[in-house]
Design a protein around this ligand. Sequence first.
Ligand SMILES: C[S@@+](CC[C@H](N)C(=O)[O-])C[C@H]1O[C@@H](n2cnc3c(N)ncnc32)[C@H](O)[C@@H]1O
Length: 303
Amino acid sequence: MNSELDQEQLQLPYHRRSSRYHHKRMVDLGVKIFSKPKAACSYFILLILTFILGYLSHSQPLLSRASQDIIFHNTFSSDQCAAPVSSANVRQTIIDRVFNGISPWQGFPSEHVRPLLWQEWTKGWGSNAPVFEHLITQVQPKTIIEVGTFLGASATHMAGLTKKMGLDTQIICLDDFRGWPGYYDEEKSMKMLNGDTMLLYQFMQNVVKANATDSIMFLPFSTATALGGMCDWGVYGDLVEIDAAHDFHSAWVDINIAFKLVRPGGVIFGHDYMWEGVRNAVHSFARINGFRVRIDGEHWILY
Ligand SMILES: C[S@@+](CC[C@H](N)C(=O)[O-])C[C@H]1O[C@@H](n2cnc3c(N)ncnc32)[C@H](O)[C@@H]1O
């Protein structure tokens, strides 16, 4: 089958053969391969595999620079929280760190606040739901951390339950006691003092009324800041409840930081599963960390 050109060129060393000869050889090879469907198919598979391997082993990661930045900074306070203080010292640690060693219950209510408070005025959402009794019975917590407390309806309910069960439990309430923008429009029954809606004081009054000051302590800060402080001080909870703001970002941050404060064998749960932001944050967290989500009424539980 070799033409005259082939015969001539074959006499020459490889590098001295003409480009016309090389071109013709390539065309012949192509014709050979594509005239055999099996070989053509293998050639394509090999080509695709080479492309995929090249893509995967490329030195640039698959995530965009922006995604990498977000993941890198997505640390939510220290990598590891401080060594735990004993459950018996949790209350005093907060009194020392937050209130300069003086219990906020001491001398409450002060004279300027007393006339502005309702003897008892409370409000809650699912604050007495069966989930509290279910989880307190299951976990027998020494410390409960509540992220989002408002007027203390769920906190005082939990205090009642733990007392009824004979447990010696501290409930640590985290709230900035600001409610939410526009909140005062809905709650005109509360009086205002120099622009302050008195939420903190009415919460304290409700705890006094429930006879629960010995088992409830609080941190009047934003949830992320308060959780960060507790992480630094080694204050952990056996039961951690998330019920502050319900947009995705707030719920996501609260769940991520609060999870660091769950003692081994403890449980993290929260309210308002029906809110889209909360639901998305819960499921994203569960997926990333290998949990499953159980629903109890309007509450979610990670297990
Ligand atoms: C739904 S209420 C809590 C209700 C309470 N768990 C109950 O059942 O009685 C939400 C509370 O979260 C608080 N909150 C919302 N976002 C917060 C944040 N970023 N830091 C601190 N508190 C916040 C609000 O002030 C409000 O009191």
